[in-house]
Write a protein that binds this ligand. Structure first.
Ligand SMILES: Nc1ncnc2c1ncn2[C@@H]1O[C@H](COP(=O)(O)OP(=O)(O)OP(=O)(O)O)[C@@H](O)[C@H]1O
Length: 436
């Protein structure tokens, strides 16, 4: 039986993904291996988008595990028109050409805001081969906030500058699995030689190394060897590494040799800008008010924003309806309900009162001393930003106040956040507590 590389790839992935996903998204694809890489032909845009979004990495990893590393993977709409004879193993692909980067992850496609501007600036510096001041660069922060995007932007930029550079992007989980395979097949020397021959190593989600002693040991040596020969290292972690239990102290201390930068959840304007930019990229007509409507609710994770966008697109395609706020309300009903449940007026009032160690009755009451009025204004501004309530509704919820009082509070808080660092910090802390 002709055992094509693509079939072997599918068999490999089958062990790792639900059968439903394989049947729905992967079986309809036609694979075309050429000298330039792998083209996957999807029957329609919905399949293409899903494969791009969720399955590109499992495919790349499976091929990697099978020892066949295409120079690039493209997912296209089409099929049947390409000669299937070209579906052959790219056995000649040298193991060092592991440019398994996603070409969509660039600095140009990364939307900058207050929450990520330092991380972005540091990453741009790290992508400058003449500047080794920030080595290693550690990017840390919560789920789906753009760490991988920034890290791969460094790799893509390094390759733009020098296409011959050996850049490897590896998820820590993959590093561990690869190492286990190398040990099992007695190929540790090759494994070490490969990693130590790189110009740049981008290693994602290092929290995965926790409690994996042998992998930490090997990674520690690889890390040292790359640093000593002045090669670029970028790492990401879902929190500050010192807080990761089960990670050796010597690794933690190595990670902090260079520069550590955080990515925070993006503020509303940035979330809207990200949605509009992603919509543009995917050819989705997304009115600004719909972007605002969604971004006001989906707050803590950019991946969820993208998920919402793709669901909207699929629903709009199936029903042939233009995307409006009402359409979004319906199409994303269940997803938005989860977010809406999290932040209510009562929740905001209780959280703010606790944060400022004051009585809830005072927050809602008539007192106008600054120690009471300021937190009240902050709570109103948070209510405006984080809920869907109108100004009159918010005023009503705050002891029957007029909507102009709420408007004044929102303006005041905005102004103070720009001039008073303490105020900005309090507001950001409260916003994080309420939305994470
Ligand atoms: N500022 C941004 N501009 C454009 N896209 C963004 C931005 N932040 C995040 N994204 C997008 O959100 C998605 C999730 O980002 P990414 O995978 O980089 O998150 P992450 O922080 O690495 O998450 P995880 O910890 O789960 O690996 C990606 O598609 C990425 O392009």
């Amino acid at each position: 039986m002709a055992d094509t590389l693509w079939q072997r790839c599918l068999t490999h992935i089958e062990a790792r993904l639900p059968e439903k996903d394989i049947n729905l998204w992967l079986r309809p694809l036609e694979a075309d291996f050429t000298d330039e890489g792998l083209d996957l032909m999807a029957p329609n845009e919905v399949v293409r988008d899903q494969v791009e979004r969720e399955l590109r990495t499992p495919i790349a990893n499976a091929l990697n595990d099978l020892g066949a590393v295409p120079k690039r993977i493209r997912v296209l709409v089409g099929g049947g028109q390409k000669p299937r004879a070209t579906e052959s193993e790219p056995a000649a692909a040298p193991p060092t050409s592991r440019h398994n980067l996603d070409s969509r992850y660039t600095f140009e496609s990364f939307v900058q805001g207050k929450s990520n501007q330092i991380a972005r600036a540091a990453a741009e510096q790290a992508a400058n081969p003449d500047n080794m001041a920030y080595n290693p660069l550690l990017i840390y922060g919560g789920v789906g906030l753009g760490k991988t995007h920034l890290m791969q932007s460094v790799g893509n930029r390094l390759l733009d500058t020098n296409p011959r550079a050996k850049v490897a992007y590896v998820r820590s989980e993959h590093f561990v699995n690869e190492m286990i395979t190398a040990i099992r097949h007695n190929r540790m020397d090759r494994f070490k030689a490969h990693y130590r021959s790189l110009d740049a190593l981008l290693i994602d989600d290092i929290q995965f190394f926790a409690n994996k002693d042998r992998s930490q040991e090997e990674f520690f040596h690889t890390f040292n060897s790359l640093l000593e020969s002045n090669q670029r290292i970028v790492i990401t972690c879902d929190r500050f590494p010192k807080e990761v239990e089960g990670l050796e102290d010597r690794l933690k201390s190595r990670f902090s040799w260079g520069l550590s930068v955080a990515v925070e959840p993006p503020e509303l304007e940035t979330r809207v800008a990200i949605m509009l930019s992603k919509a543009d990229y995917h050819g989705i007509t997304l009115p600004q008010e719909v972007a605002f409507f969604i971004a006001k609710r989906v707050r803590s994770n950019v991946r969820d924003l993208e998920g919402a966008l793709h669901r909207l697109k699929a629903s709009a395609q199936i029903t042939g309806t233009p995307i409006t706020v009402d359409f979004a309300k319906q199409a994303l009903h269940d997803m938005l309900a989860v977010y809406d449940r999290l932040v209510t007026l009562e929740n905001i009032q209780r959280t703010v009162a606790e944060y400022y160690k004051m009585r809830l009755a005072d927050l809602l009451g008539k007192k106008r001393t600054r120690s009471v009025a300021r937190p009240r204004q902050i709570a109103m501004a948070l209510a405006k930003e984080l809920t869907n309530h109108s100004l009159p509704e918010i005023g009503q919820g705050f002891g029957g106040r007029d909507h102009t009082t709420v408007l004044h509070a929102c303006r005041k808080v905005k102004e103070l956040r720009e001039t008073d660092a303490r105020m900005e910090e309090d507001y950001a802390n409260l916003s994080r507590i309420l939305t994470s």
